[in-house]
Design a protein around this ligand. Sequence first.
Ligand code: ADP
Length: 936
Amino acid sequence: MANTVLPVLALPHPLILLPTARITIPVQRSTGEELLSLVQHAEDQPLIAAVPLTSPDASLHSWGTAARIVRLIRPPARNQKQPFLLTLQGVARIRILEERNTICSDSADGIVERRVEYPEAEGTPAMESIIKFKASALRLLELLAKDTSQQAKRDAYRKIADMLENTTDGKMANMADLLVASVNGEYADKLDFLSASNAEDRLSRATTIFVKQTSITEVSKKIAQSVDDSLSKQQKEFYLRQQLSAIQRELASITRGTSVSNSTPIIPDVQGSGNDAPKVSELDNEEQAEVEEMADIKAKIEAMAKDSEERKMGVREWRRLKRIPQGSVEHGVVRNYLEWLTSVPWTGSEGNASAISMETLRNPAFISNARAQLDADHYGLEKIKKRLIEYLAVVRLKAVQADREQALATSQKSVEASKEPHPSQTDLETNVSAMVPGQEQSPTPSSSTTKPKPSTVKGPILLFIGPPGTGKTSLGQSIARSLNRPFQRISLGGVRDEAEIRGHRRTYVGSGPGLIVQALRKAGRPDPVILLDEIDKVSQSNFHGDPAAALLEVLDPEQNHSFNDHYVNVPIDLSQVLFICTSNSLETISAPLLDRCEIVQLSGYTYDEKVHIARRFLLPKQLTANGLTSEHLELSEDALMHIATMYTREAGVRSLERAIGGVVRYKAVEWAEHIDTSLVDAEKHPEDTRNVIDKAVLNGYKRIVETDELEKILGIARWDADERERDERRGVVYGLVVTGMGEGGILPIETILIPSGSGTLKLTGSLGEVIKESGELALSWVKTHAYQLGITQHRSIDPLKVPGETRDIHLHLPSGAVKKDGPSAGIAMTCAFVSLLTGACVPSDVAMTGEITLRGRVGPVGGIKEKVLGAHRAHIKKVILPWANRKDVEQDVPPEVRSAMQLVFVRTMEETLEAAFGKGVLGWRGESMPVLESRL
Ligand code: ADP
């Protein structure tokens, strides 16, 4: 151990200089001068002992570092107070030998010379200590490199790590000095480290410092991360909002500036109407609008019935809204909710009185008015109108009765209520007690006044079934008009998600209420007529919930007084809403839904009815829509009939309306051209005082559209060609069908014989199981009766397997993409097979429907009215129908259709064949089959 004397410099607390490290510190002027003379008198950079203090104002530590003075900067002479700047480079550990080491860094004696010793050789540390030291140091370095955002620092850490890897064991203690000097650590730890002269000791103390530092870094990183996450989101949002409002302010000032310059007329305003002040658009005056909207929400909550669920919810949310800072996302969410909550027309809320409709219902002339309304809006539909009047009568009776009961109840209550004191403060004014949990719901004196029970008008729910364009929607509108209630239509086609009906919960991003609440908001009254359109198209239960079940709840009079929309989350009373459903066909409606409805069937119109509807309703509507009047245009009776029969062939009147619209638009163009020429003429001949129409007519404008003009206007008639194509062919018979849209029509059944087959039947055309079975049944019947029909010469011969040739039959139903099913094509298929095998043809103006049994009996089928009307539209002359459907025809089919066609009712296949092929066309061998009534 070598002894020497060194000038000692006390380092300011809490600085420490380790060997290999370099620091720059300020030193007092006096000390600085001393150091300067030291430097000036030394040959090389002089050494001093840089010794740390054990605590602020306390004694010198016994260990220090011999350091070289690398740089000493003297302050300018004019600035007396500025200290010297001293840079030291640590060289080696030293220990102060003398006991008098109680000077302070700021003490007047400045630099004092002391005896110091350099510790002896450090020795080589144990392998285990080296491994621990290396691992802890590398871990810390890696963490530091990962944490820092500066590339230079990262590189430095990585370089040190590389150096550490390559350091020999003997130099490891020096490496520890270097590392401890470059990482942060506690002062006491570092002092302790400085006092360790032994290599082994130094490594273990360094390891402790590194481990400590690593865990501190990790924990603080985690804390910083989590704080950062939550803070940065809020800060970001705050900054963005600030920026947004600043931009908006800027923009507003710019637009105001330009509007001022634009509105300042260069030429003085002669009328004097110009106001120099810039007009503020309602779009710009945001603050005012905001205040008004909030006042509106508040007023609506105050108007809600006392003590009602919706009011409680409204008050709670209102108070919450007041507590949330404006501009935050949460504020927007709560505000949006309140807007929805207050826009629902709650029963019992002030101003939502269903008084208007009650007034209408109380009117003694209500029924006759309703009838007049239905007649004014619709032609024909006598049975349906009768049914609707019955329905309205029931609604009226129930409403009036409920009204009376309620009036009695309220008069009693009002007597009681008048004795009670009135509350002076509204529950929306945030009082302190309301903020205290538990006191919020405390009953006020007003709680005894309950929400008046609305007069519920529970009638059966009407379900209009029929093809498109038959007036289902417009009947609903008429009902609403006659009840003096708002009308809303909800289209259910393709609703797959229960949430579309019930709304999404508020926790859901972008949530909102369902279709029912939306309709109520639009209606603005608690008692609208809501048309649930295409109820058959609602999906059944799936992974989005069960929309059909939600609809059941809406329609069930027992449940719908407390319908729960997930978004609004307060039970809504739908019992005053009048629901009307529509559907195209009965088959696709679920049984429970059907159970709640009263069915009103609209099957379609005859040609006569269509012409009447067109003349009375569709043509005037189209004329008004296109800016013409009946003076400008008329359609002859024949032309209307021609459009109905040759251009459209639907059950309803939609295409008819479109075609009429086409004619009107065509004539509107013609008329516009004539007006132009008339104006020119009028200028030339001012003496001509005849009216414009007369003049146009004189100039060649044709007011009345005749049949022969239609081709020029509407193009070639669509159904003309179709009819011409319908010729009599072997193996082809026309059946009657009802499509998925509920429309009746004819469908050819085509059969052919395929030679060299195996005697089998092939069925194509998207056929369902039932219709396939019915085809096989028909063929079996024909095979068993092949001998009687003269197809084979012996009873035992299969007509498809005649000696020498085995053939297949292929039966096809066109429109291959449309699914077909049901037993009603049985007799038509049988006739087609008979025609194919005998060679006799069924005339192309004969169509038939009926189920066949194995015994050859003809069973009843559904959709008779639609089918007969469809046949009529297709200009069929003879319709063969099951005997059991006779009453359907008598009841449902209009007399003009019945008289326009021959309707044959059959009980057996024999009768069918005779009616289809004509009497005596097919030879029938042997006894005819006796007709037996089924007694099952
Ligand atoms: P749907 O709802 O059955 O598909 P709409 O009610 O929309 O049919 O009717 C289509 C158009 O036909 C409407 O303009 C309607 O006024 C008209 N319409 C249907 N039936 C009649 C009728 N019997 N009398 C007068 N207009 C009718």
